[in-house]
Design a protein around this ligand. Sequence first.
Ligand SMILES: Nc1ncnc2c1ncn2[C@@H]1O[C@H](COP(=O)(O)OP(=O)(O)O)[C@@H](O)[C@H]1O
Ligand SMILES: [Mg+2]
Length: 246
Amino acid sequence: MILKIEGVSKLFGSLQALHNVDLEVKQGEVFGIAGPNGAGKSTLFNVIAGAFPPTNGKIFFNDHDITSLKAHQICRLGLARTFQVPQTFPSLTVYDNIRVGITFGAGKKTGLKKSIEKTLDFLDLNDVSGMEAKNLDLYTTKLVMMAACLATECKLLMLDEPLAGLSTSEINDFIKVIRHINEDGGTTILMIEHILDSLIDISNRMLILDNGQVIYNGDPEGIRTDPHVVEVYLGDGEVLLGEGDL
Ligand SMILES: Nc1ncnc2c1ncn2[C@@H]1O[C@H](COP(=O)(O)OP(=O)(O)O)[C@@H](O)[C@H]1O
Ligand SMILES: [Mg+2]
């Protein structure tokens, strides 16, 4: 197991955002997370990546107890994440955005040029290397955010709704890039996504969160027919039809 989460809870005041969550991610897999808005998905990423500690529970990364480590310490162990709202340094070039990711995120001081060039090649970003991030389209901005993570030579990459806002053809292309990172780069992926067909397609296993609780953990295809998941997340198409539609 590359990541092991045991009984993690998170309270924001009286709001219980996570309730006793268990999760194990195996080395090399793509693990998908979905669930309604406000279910606690991004909060789970935040406690794993060290934005804030959980209220209860333990988190192990490659057998290190990372529960109370800071974000940069966790990143230096090989766990990197992207954000739901794309974040780049707008006035820096793509090249320098990747450089910032490595120097601040991973604390690397040597071999920077080689790491940046390797990453630009791997994600096919050489053509935009000199462009300022503010001039990039959403798709490329998302690629650059992932590139800054990958350049840290992370072993686990966590992606928070990477497909949000992309067109259908961009979604297909982005999924191919994620597969490339997983299969050719050997990076384990933990991914939150609402676009379920794509998530089911790429994931080896999936977890569904609702109200901070795990309501499903297992085979991706199984979520389509799981009664609890259908009830709280997928919904019943017939019920959604209003009288005017009939
Ligand atoms: N930093 C925070 N402070 C207070 N409440 C928060 C914070 N982050 C998230 N929440 C609350 O926790 C719940 C889960 O949010 P979030 O993890 O963002 O859900 P999801 O990503 O599944 O949509 C929501 O009710 C949200 O308002
Ligand atoms: Mg979220």
